[in-house]
Design a protein around this ligand. Structure first.
Ligand code: UDP
Length: 330
């Protein structure tokens, strides 16, 4: 069985990807420093406790497990935090990938799948956003992911590294079999926070800005189910080991959903009220983002199967002690 090294492999998207790698006949080896990941998520293969900044640890894991590919998830991923603590982002996301790529070259591990982000686009000039759109990020998180992409491109042409960079839109939802819960600490993302407010675990959801130039004034995002994202990573690994070309692809649902629409859908599905307080815009937030995912569709056979908002909310709700009755129609 081929082995795949998964940095950040017990995190939110990493653990879901390990599950699907395992189902596809790979042995996923999670490499994680457990700073935000959860070791209970190491269910589908070995867990190596290690940090991507530590080249000796990386080298040791690669020599031991002989992976055919590495998927690099280990990174910091909060837009808001990146504006107040950019140092953390340049360290974890830029120094982290530098250490990983240099190690890969040294040990001749050539195939890399990279977690990039729609945050690399900044404020789009055109919607839906295609891969050729200008990349002008408006926050440090997006800049660190763009630097990662640039490094991959340069390293690929100089050192014959091969890569797939996947630009996620908003990862959301939880494992459809309920084997993994959507859990972040601290939790800052919209859907979990809105569910927490509906469950009474926080007093209210703060809506960051209702004066955007969008139909209801709140921000529009493209929410994509974590299982759909994970499946795309398995396809990207298969693409690289079959000798496929270097590529960049958006991963989204292609649908734009506003903050207000998320709140309305949660209220309808859970039959609970989401208490809301409206506040000023959050720094670094573009008004509307949604994807054109035709590249992923044609090159990686990507089809969003679980990325409708109802399925995302139905799968995420149990984490917060909420159930969505089956007879509540979408
Ligand atoms: N948002 C909000 N209240 C929250 C968290 C998020 O109004 O408590 C908004 C945020 O301003 C953005 C959208 O919801 O427009 C999605 O934010 P999230 O942090 O989930 O993901 P991001 O788009 O920043 O990656």
């Amino acid at each position: 069985m081929d082995t795949v090294l998964v940095t950040g492999g017990v995190g939110y998207i990493g653990s879901q990807t390990c599950k699907l790698l395992h189902q596809s006949g790979f042995t996923p080896v999670a490499f994680d420093n457990l700073s935000t990941g959860n070791k209970e998520n190491a269910k589908w293969g070995p867990l190596v406790r290690g940090d991507v900044h530590d080249r000796d640890q990386l080298k040791h894991a690669i020599k031991l497990w002989q992976p055919v590919c590495v998927i690099h998830f280990a990174a910091s991923a909060y837009v808001g935090e990146s504006t107040v603590d950019p140092r953390k982002y340049y360290n974890n996301n830029v120094a982290g990938i530098l250490s990983l790529l240099d190690t890969c070259i040294e040990v001749k591990l050539r195939n890399i799948v990279f977690s990039s982000s729609c945050a690399t686009y900044g404020i789009p000039t055109k919607l839906p956003i295609a891969e050729g759109s200008p990349q002008v990020p408006i926050n440090p998180y997006g800049r660190t992911k763009l630097i990662g992409e640039m490094m991959l491109k340069d390293y690929a042409s100089a050192y014959s590294l091969r890569y797939v960079a996947l630009r996620y839109f908003n990862a959301a939802g939880a494992d459809i079999d309920g084997e993994l819960r959507e859990r972040h600490d601290p939790e800052t993302h919209l859907i979990p926070r809105a569910l927490m407010a509906a469950a009474g675990r926080i007093s209210e959801l703060i809506v960051f800005g209702d004066d955007y130039d969008t139909p209801d004034g709140t921000c529009i995002r493209d929410y994509v189910h974590v299982t759909d994202l994970a499946q795309a990573h398995v396809s990207a690994v298969q693409h690289l080991i079959a000798g496929g070309k270097n590529m960049v692809a958006n991963l989204g649902s292609g649908q734009g959903t506003s903050v207000q629409q998320i709140i309305d859908t949660i209220e309808r599905l859970t039959q609970r009220r989401v208490p809301v307080r409206r506040e000023a815009r959050r720094e670094g937030d573009p008004p509307a983002l949604y994807s054109d995912f035709t590249v992923a569709q044609s090159e990686l056979h990507f089809t969003p199967r679980f990325s409708d908002i109802e399925t995302i909310i139905r799968t995420a709700a149990p984490t917060f002690g909420l159930e969505v009755a089956n007879d509540i129609l979408a």
